[in-house]
Design a binder for this molecule. Structure first.
Ligand code: SAH
Length: 339
């Protein structure tokens, strides 16, 4: 594993004290000017024309982005955008923007690759590369913000945010405090890392939590979400209940509908019981095509939704975005564009 400390910190990894040190000898107001330029419009150093040229030149390296865009693809008439970024060490991550009539959501990666090895997810199949720094997570939002007014951020890209807890939390705090995105518009999605869920409940940060459930019996979930062997459903449910009690927020359960695997009546029964105990909302998505996994016929996901509705479960079927550019849930593999 490559550490995160041997790379130059990115602009969003710098604390105010770091910036003060960098701007030592300059008038004090320069710190606020640089912070405004970074957080307000994610200006590159050469674009900070409010600064004298000599200072801009001096900051060119220190405030250079930590991620370089290798590619940018559009789908849905420009309402879905996927970026492939490369870190200074060559690690690749992907970021997806989805514009809707009432919101613009950016889906960020928290790790290059992922160690969770869910068999139906392209990221999981590629294995783990390294953790992203807080600044690298925030910077993905900043890049998107250069193009659109971002209203919501979901930690649902490559990687498992709660397996990179400290840096993911640092990114949430910075998005909230410095980029001005309210905690209620930030969502963390987890495969179900129980200690991470418990810890998140204590942070006093009212973000949304989504748990990628996909199966509500241990035998099936052990196969679909291997980390279930470590944190089985009973423990997961208890941790989720703690989170709900501590935050008073509604939990979401994610369920990728896999035809014939987790969309039977018995699956609906088990999911209904699990969701009901937690007062959770269920987000269904038809499985996106990945190597070895086929998308279910479209009516199957809708049929499963109505099975759940018949059991009193509040479930919505999400429309997939960006499948044609490999930007849909589970398709992010960090491959360069055009492959
Ligand atoms: N590791 C975190 C964050 C990744 S979120 C988590 O698992 O929650 C990515 C979401 O897409 C998860 O809900 C994941 O289960 C789902 N997903 C993965 N592969 C998919 C696929 N092929 N089709 C649809 N959803 C998929």
């Amino acid at each position: 594993m490559t550490g995160t400390t041997d790379r130059r910190p990115g602009p969003f990894d710098l604390s105010v004290a770091d910036l003060e040190a960098l701007l030592d000898g300059e008038p004090r107001y320069r710190v606020a000017q640089v912070l405004d330029a970074l957080h307000g419009r994610f200006a590159f150093p050469e674009e900070m024309t409010e600064l004298p040229r000599a200072l801009r030149d001096r900051l060119a390296v220190a405030l250079a982005p930590a991620l370089q865009p290798l590619g940018r693809l559009e789908a849905d008439g420009g309402d879905t955008i996927k970026w492939v970024f490369q870190g200074a060490d060559g690690a690749r991550v992907e970021t997806v923007l989805m514009a809707y009539p009432d919101r613009v959501t950016v889906c960020v990666s928290t790790q290059a690759g992922c160690a969770m090895a869910c068999p139906f997810c392209a990221t999981g199949q590629g294995g783990f590369v390294r953790h992203l720094s807080s600044g690298e997570i925030v910077e993905q939002v900043a890049w998107a913000r250069r193009e659109r007014r971002v209203t919501h951020v979901v930690f649902m890209g490559m990687g498992e945010p709660l397996a990179n807890y400290r840096r993911s939390l640092g990114a949430l705090r910075r998005l909230h405090r410095d980029l001005g995105i309210s905690a209620r518009r930030l969502t963390v999605s987890t495969v179900g890392i129980v200690p991470g869920i418990r810890r998140l409940a204590t942070e006093g940060l009212p973000v949304n939590l989504a748990v990628s459930l996909h199966a509500a019996n241990d035998a099936l979930r052990d196969r679909l979400v291997p980390v279930n062997r470590r944190y089985p459903l009973a423990e997961l449910s208890a941790a989720c209940a703690e989170w709900v009690a501590a935050t008073g927020r509604r939990l979401s359960l994610e369920w990728a509908v896999i035809g014939g695997v987790n969309d039977r009546a018995v699956d609906a029964d088990e999911l209904a019981a699990f969701a009901d105990a937690l007062g959770a909302h269920v987000n269904l998505i038809a499985l996106n095509e990945t190597p070895g996994y086929r998308s279910p016929a479209p009516p199957r996901a809708e049929r499963f939704r109505s099975l759940l509705a018949g059991r009193g479960v509040n479930a919505t079927l999400r429309a997939t975005r960006g499948a044609d550019i490999g930007a849909a849930c589970g398709q992010l593999a960090g491959a360069p564009p055009g492959r």
